[in-house]
Design a protein around this ligand. Structure first.
Ligand code: HEM
Length: 490
């Protein structure tokens, strides 16, 4: 990657500070299938490496970066030991399973009602053809509100907790220190700046615990460090509150219950630190990525009116028989839209173009080494393939920089699945993808059924910053009620 990458992680740290490391690597990989990004880390640019690195039969494990960024206890996403991971995954698999989605749907619907309630209050007059919205009409920050949505939703699904962000229009929460005292902070800056600091400094793994502390002397990192401490207390407080309800004998249907007891009511006897760690990853992975995905897909559809028209036509055709009563709540039921091929293709194409977790998720080769792309790689080497790099391969995805949902339709679409890395792959692939599709589909269907949206202008672009996720900036939109053709003809 850089003449010094063979001896130091500093060039990669410098690259990380630019906030677009995967984009940079994708360019380099157009010429080089394997790139040494730091002394002990290889980045792959050939999709055939996916199976070797992430496949179900891969002997690789998550690498040291997950250990140095973990808390007092591992959670499902940062645990390395395969047996410990399998134990945790088994514990939570029923809570995340497809058959349980019905159980979570009413919670998702409840949050959608609240989202719509806010959007209704922001509605303006329809946009006149060939004009741009007046700035005072850009009343909804779609980015912030979909993030309030995913946070409220996962808190309810996971902890039966009503965070109430959608009602309040802000994300103020209570955090709890280890000494039991509490404080107020904003959820999103705490979560995102914690991840940002990690993404900037973690690369020399062995040095990270030290660098992470001393960097706080510099105000730029010090501010992030302060927010990282605020973040730590949020899952502690949420877990504490939920434990009070558990102790009071409330039987609630949520992830916390699955952590405390098995299906037969036998206690799992997990350490408190492990429970807090699981609540932490649930609130983090369960909200950030889905909110980014929701913003991205609406953005893509607004930038591509022909695709917007197609997805809206498909939606209207599927809901043709519904009378206008559905408008009272505005929530479209998942059952009616979960199999709409074009809508799903739009979601997947948007996840392909801008995967919320774009970077190469590092895996360590086993002690005896491993063949990747036919080359022997010794044990203890970190290897990775970035979702962004995989998703921009012209040989797999022609016109890879364009939004073309059609590529995900039918048999051809299915054949792309081995090269679709948005949720990673294999045993460490995302456990929350079904919940994410539930949330993304219900929200997109409900808002497209009810509203039209406009960006500030045709050329307006969403800002992006790669940290541990690919964060997006604010997305102010004008929103107005959609006049439906069926409503007109009826
Ligand atoms: C568009 C939405 C989502 C995307 C793009 C996404 C992406 C990913 C990726 C790439 C991984 C692998 C991480 C790694 O190897 O370090 C992962 C793992 C994980 N995700 Fe998601 N995720 C999404 C939604 C969710 C949701 C909604 C939840 C929870 C409700 C969730 C919970 C998890 C957990 C717990 C893991 C760790 C799984 C394991 O190692 O067994 N994710 N996700």
């Amino acid at each position: 990657m850089h003449p010094l990458s063979g001896v130091s992680s500093i060039p990669f740290m410098v690259l990380a500070h630019g906030g677009a490391r995967s984009t940079y690597l994708a360019k380099l990989h157009q010429k080089h299938p394997v790139i040494r990004i730091s002394p002990n880390t290889l980045s792959y640019g050939d999709v055939r490496a996916i199976k070797d690195i992430y496949g179900h039969n891969s002997p690789c494990t998550k690498d040291e970066s997950y250990v140095v960024t973990s808390g007092s206890h591992f959670h499902l996403a940062d645990v390395i030991d395969k047996h410990d991971h399998a134990r945790k995954r088994k514990l939570l698999s029923s809570a995340y399973a497809i058959k349980n989605l019905e159980g979570w749907e009413h919670k998702v619907a409840d949050k959608t009602v609240r989202l719509i309630k806010h959007f209704d209050t922001c509605c303006t007059a329809p946009l006149k053809p060939n004009t741009t919205p007046a700035s005072e009409d850009l009343k909804v920050d779609y980015r912030a509100w979909t993030n309030f949505f995913t946070l409220d939703a996962i808190a309810d699904i996971g902890l039966s907790e009503r965070l109430g962000f959608l009602g309040q229009g802000h994300d103020r929460v209570t955090g709890r220190r280890l000494d039991g005292t509490t404080y107020e902070c904003d959820f999103r800056p705490a979560l995102y700046q914690n991840a940002r600091k990690q993404s900037l400094l973690v690369w020399p793994y062995a040095w990270y615990p030290f660098i992470n502390k001393v960097a706080n002397i510099i105000p730029f990192y010090g501010r992030m460090g302060k927010l990282a401490v605020e973040w730590d207390g949020i899952p502690i407080e949420l877990s504490h509150r939920r434990l009070q309800r558990y102790r009071a004998g409330e039987k609630l249907d949520d992830f916390f219950q699955a952590l405390m007891e098995d299906k037969n009511g036998h206690p799992n006897n997990l350490e408190w630190g492990e429970i807090v760690a699981e609540v932490s990853i649930m609130m983090n992975a369960g909200s950030a990525t889905t909110a980014i995905a929701m913003t991205n897909v609406l953005y893509q559809l607004l930038k591509n009116p022909a695709m917007m028209q197609k997805v809206v036509e498909e939606l209207d055709a599927a809901l043709e028989d519904d009378d206008d009563d559905e408008d009272e709540s505005g929530v479209v039921s998942y059952d009616k839209v979960k199999h709409l091929p074009y809508m799903r293709a739009c979601l997947d194409e948007s996840l392909r173009l801008f995967p919320p977790t774009p970077h190469g998720l590092p895996r360590e080769t086993p002690a005896g080494g491993l063949n990747i792309l036919g080359d022997y790689i010794p044990g203890g080497v970190s290897v990775a393939m970035s979702a962004f790099v995989a998703h921009r391969q012209e040989s797999i995805y022609p016109n890879a920089d364009k939004f073309i949902p059609e590529r995900f339709l039918g048999e051809e679409g299915k054949s792309l699945q081995p090269y679709f890395l948005a949720f990673s792959a294999g045993a460490r692939g995302c456990i929350g993808r079904n919940i994410s599709y539930l949330e993304q589909t219900v929200v997109l269907a409900s808002v497209l059924r009810r509203y039209e949206f406009a960006l500030k202008s045709k050329d307006w672009e969403l800002e992006r910053l790669e940290t541990m996720n690919w964060l997006v900036g604010d997305m102010p939109v004008k929103v107005w009620r959609r006049e439906r053709k069926s409503a007109l003809s009826g």
